[in-house]
Design a protein around this ligand. Structure first.
Ligand code: SF4
Ligand code: SF4
Length: 316
């Protein structure tokens, strides 16, 4: 696995980042032991970069993997929706405590939409900059599904890292296509921002041409690394092979294609509509008093899950 410097940070990350959302309670819901085993396989395969978030519920898996591996060279990136200085301080220290470490690689403002939301999170960003100066984190930044937020973050000198949604078809980008996103990322990267992408397979829609989709992202010079959600050792092996332009066996390809992830709404949905409001891809609507998912539009971001008061949305 190749490693690269993430923009102007001193972080040397693998080209593939392990996206941990997929093993946690919002998706596969593996036991901590099984999830940690998969993370350890990723470490053994040369991946030294792992992405998580407060809302993913995957800190216990990463803690266990770090404890067993005794590795101190793993770069963990996490994120929080906190707005205030104090709440961001709580979230960062909760993350460090939950992972059993004293310092970490990257902490991001989660899901930024524009210059306005970044400004609105100003006190939280101020705390992260302070934490970077005090050595708790090495880099700060934003995650986003919008071109607009990438453009705004590129202009903020204190932001080190941008974690944008991008894939060859532009599926899931809220305010443009892949060309517009790439143009914004190029400007940001030229200014020294580290770029690690998300959703190269657009939540599974591009799995039928997975190798091509992954290589398209990896071949962009303005993208340093890409986070890929993985749930099994087989998926790790396949992603690493594709990243090196190698093929995997037909049998493995068939197996990966045969188990697409989909979002399901349970029968006890009360039709409150919270999830519909939260979804920006139009993948949910209320029909006859219940939320119904259109899996053709869903990019499996999981944002709707935490909005449901009845805990009835799951990704299988
Ligand atoms: S339905 Fe949920 S998981 Fe799918 S795109 Fe919408 S918010 Fe994301
Ligand atoms: S948030 Fe939950 S209860 Fe409300 S409509 Fe969506 S799935 Fe149903």
């Amino acid at each position: 696995m190749d490693h690269v410097l993430l923009g102007n940070t001193n972080l040397e990350v693998s080209k593939i980042c392990f996206g941990s959302l997929t093993i946690g309670p919002n998706q596969k819901n593996l036991s901590v032991k099984k999830g940690a085993r998969i993370i350890l396989d990723a470490f053994d395969s040369g991946i030294n970069f792992i992405d998580t978030a407060k809302s993913y519920g995957t800190y216990p898996y990463i803690k266990e993997a770090l404890k067993i591996s005794k590795r101190d060279d793993i770069i963990v990136a996490s994120k929080s929706y906190a707005y205030t200085y104090d709440d961001m301080e709580k979230d960062l220290h909760n993350c460090l405590r939950s992972l059993g470490i004293n310092e970490m690689g990257i902490f991001l403002l989660h899901e930024q939409e524009s210059e306005h939301t970044i400004r609105g999170h100003g006190p939280a960003l101020e705390y992260l900059i302070n934490a970077r100066e005090r050595g708790y984190i090495q880099a700060v930044g934003i995650s986003t599904h919008t071109v607009r937020a990438v453009k705004a973050a590129a202009k903020i000198p204190e932001i080190d890292v941008i974690h944008p949604l991008i894939n060859v078809k532009g599926i899931g980008i809220k305010d443009g296509g892949s060309g517009e996103m790439l143009a914004a990322l190029k400007v940001a990267h030229d200014k020294g921002k580290g770029i690690y992408a998300m959703k190269p397979y657009a939540g599974g829609h591009l799995i039928p041409s997975a190798k091509k989709a992954l290589r398209w992202v990896l071949n962009q010079r303005c993208i340093d690394s890409v986070a890929v959600g993985m749930q099994s050792t087989e998926e790790i092996m396949a992603n690493i092979a594709w990243s090196k332009n190698q093929d995997v066996s037909q049998e493995l390809r068939d197996r990966l294609r045969a188990s697409p992830r989909i979002l399901k709404v349970s029968s006890w949905c009360e039709g409150c509509g919270n999830c519909v409001e939260r979804c920006s891809t139009g993948a949910l609507e209320i029909i006859e008093g219940r939320a119904v998912a259109d899996n053709e539009r869903c990019v499996l971001c999981s944002y709707c899950i935490s909005e449901c008061p009845e805990f009835c949305i799951k990704i299988y």
